[in-house]
Write a protein that binds this ligand. Structure first.
Ligand code: SAM
Length: 279
């Protein structure tokens, strides 16, 4: 069997298994098995592939069709310009979160300090530290599994301007003042959780996704701890679900601790972030 034939088989099997981006995933799977790259696959099109590679491809396709996310099968995910180890127990970073990183990298003051609460794999903290080596970044999470992976990712990315700490939201911090706080905390309500694709529900940790109070309980608790940890011109940004913008904006306003509260849309024009400054 040639590379081209195997690629076509993988794509057809994924398509039959209702995998949405079957073509792209087929290329990613085969490129990894051949220790090559997606563009390079086409140069290898008429080369024969070994039976071992065919068997490995079959095994991966079976797991994928059974609903396992490709990032967990491969053990890694790409986020901004870095590659991160991801395992069950830690959320797979989502592309929409990249907008939050871009904003912080654009606006954080030179030589400043950034906190990433609910860091998971370390995606936000590490991507910021990579893009802005002048910043000192602190990543916090309550999950030991997440912190272990975040620290391994820090080492693999060779970044020494990031530290990870175990903390229930911001509780472990004292006498630390930040220029920017990023919060991508769980924000999925029970109703939305019930409607999530099985692929997400069966594989990604519920503790990284679900929150009470229509999804806002954890974010609100973090917001209440935040102001004393922000410097006078400090900024904060929360990732939210599309229906939560007004609710969170009103809540932040009611605390009296924040000003310039704005809802920010993602590339699909959905409300995705709430931004504020310390008042
Ligand atoms: C939606 S995930 C985001 C992960 C990561 N920031 C990202 O963008 O991929 C939320 C994270 O918040 C963490 N978390 C949940 N409750 C927390 C709490 N009380 N204190 C700190 N972290 C918490 C979860 O363990 C999880 O890693």
């Amino acid at each position: 069997m040639t590379t081209f034939e195997l690629l076509k088989n993988i794509r057809d099997d994924l398509t039959a298994g209702n995998i949405e981006s079957a073509g792209a995933e087929a290329e990613i799977i085969l490129a990894e098995l051949l220790d090559s790259t997606r563009p390079n696959l086409f140069m290898l099109a008429s080369e024969p592939v070994t039976e071992t590679v065919q068997y490995q491809a079959e095994t991966i396709v079976k797991r994928r069709i059974a609903g396992e996310p490709l990032q967990y099968i491969q053990g890694r995910a790409y986020f901004m310009n870095i590659c991160l180890e991801v395992r069950p127990g830690v959320l797979i970073p989502r592309p929409e979160t990249e907008l939050l990183v871009e904003r912080i990298c654009r606006d954080a003051p030179a030589g400043g300090t950034v906190c990433d609460v609910g860091t998971g794999s370390g995606a936000i903290a590490l991507a910021i530290a990579f893009e802005r080596p002048d910043l000192q970044v602190t990543g916090l999470d309550i999950s030991d599994a997440a912190l272990e992976i975040a620290e391994r990712n820090r080492i693999n990315c060779k970044l020494d301007n990031v530290i990870f700490l175990k903390s229930d939201l911001l509780a472990a911090l004292n006498n630390t003042i930040f220029d920017y706080i990023a919060a991508n905390l769980p924000y999925i309500s029970q109703t939305e959780y019930d409607r999530l694709p099985v692929e997400v529900k069966n594989h990604e940790p519920r503790s990284a996704l679900f929150a009470e109070d229509n999804g806002l309980a954890i974010i609100k608790r973090a917001a209440l701890q935040m102001a004393p940890l922000m410097n006078d011109s400090g900024q904060a940004i929360f990732e939210i679900g599309a229906t939560q913008g007004i609710g969170l904006k009103n809540f932040l306003n009611s605390t009296g601790s924040f000003k310039n509260i704005k809802i920010i849309k993602d590339l699909n024009q959905l409300n995705r972030f709430v931004y504020c400054m310390k008042s």
